[in-house]
Design a protein around this ligand. Sequence first.
Ligand SMILES: Cc1ncc(COP(=O)(O)O)c(C=O)c1O
Length: 375
Amino acid sequence: MELFDVYSLFDVAPVRARGCTVWDDKGQEYLDLYGGHAVISVGHCHPHYVAALKEQLDRIGFYSNSVRNPLQEQLAKRIGEVSGYEDYSLFLDNSGAESNENAAKLASFHTGKDRIIAFRRSFHGRTSGAVALTDNPAIISPFNAHHRVTFCDLNDGTAVADELAKGGVAAVIVEGIQGCGGIHVPEPGFLQHLSRLCEHYHAALILDEVQSGYGRTGKFFAHQWAGIRPDIITLGKGIANGFPCGGILISPAFRPRKGMLGTTFGGNYLACAAALAVLDIIEQEDLVENARVVGEYLKAHLPQSPRIKEVRGRGLMLGIEMNESVAPLRKALLYDKHIFTGVAGTNMIRLLAPLCLTQAEADRFLQAFNEVLAQ
Ligand SMILES: Cc1ncc(COP(=O)(O)O)c(C=O)c1O
């Protein structure tokens, strides 16, 4: 049997990793400024993380959600404390898409309405509801196309107000910073406006923090730069540093009902142990602040070049938009300089480094980037 060929692959096979460094099967070392697509939050194979998972595996790896799981309770308490959402509740699932799916479902149950407002250039995942909320017709099958979704331009408060006024809107969903769509940062005033509008029209405000959350932008959640408190916050990627895990934080206004949400694997012992270890490391190593400081350093020291159109983002969620296709630059960075980077669209290099990136590692990228630009 062969693999179903849906991914464009680089010819590199990582076999070992530590911190922001990855080694391939030939022993070549790489600097990781992609973090496995924003997933590696506390660095690869952190000893505390590895020990926590091994220890948990020796105790109990899995039981279902039909019994009490003290690790889920600990995790809810810890996420509440570190994020400032102690009065919210936590539902654990397995991925970013599933988190958005659950958020949309919850908003619809709560309001009794079925339409959702999303934004142009959004990405919310690949499952049926999440992909319907994603502004990319190429990945929406006819089966996914029946959801009632309206797309507005990001930062266009008037368009959202007009749509809400038409009625039937259960939720507005917005990314803390649009990631796959090209690092577009919602204006703080726009998020504040959304928050007021949602309250007025009894629609839930869902903040998708799957990529922008968990410290990546220099605050625990990107929306905290705007000082708002959404009704539902969705999590994934960095929450467990690569162990599959997702979750949603739910405002106290939402009342649970038995059976309302559910999952087989969500919140399993291994995922919880991984997520708890991630929070230990984030706190012990002050990684949210590190993401802010090293991200600002990186942004401030990027070369001035007529080939660069614009640099956008916050902390360690940065996009370098070029006036040209970035494919040759990324190839040169990977194969000549041995640096992993991400991409958005055709013209943007997307940097999503682990939150433990050091200034020296940022310098290594800056020097390499200068050199490939000069080639
Ligand atoms: C903002 C955002 N939401 C949701 C998702 C989907 O997450 P997953 O691939 O874990 O389902 C992604 C993945 O890139 C994302 O960037």
